[in-house]
Design a protein. Sequence first.
Length: 87
Amino acid sequence: MPIYALVAYAIIGAFAGWLGGMLLKRRGLGPVGNILVGVIGAAIGGVLVSVTGFFAAGSMGSIMAAALGAAVLLLLLGIIRRTRAAS
């Protein structure tokens, strides 16, 4: 994989992670955290979009699907943190 593709994934992942955090009205996780949440969220968002039958076309659709997946990931992480804190 070319280096410019990795850089593009990191930039889009950081933006998607930040956008997912903003959707949930949470603070960001920092640059590395946003990249990780965004990249994993992109995979989750891709699955959600394909399973539900919605169509995400173009760059904006891909970013929105990644942000949706990042928001879902952040929700799941929040639930896990609360259940661990309650224990």
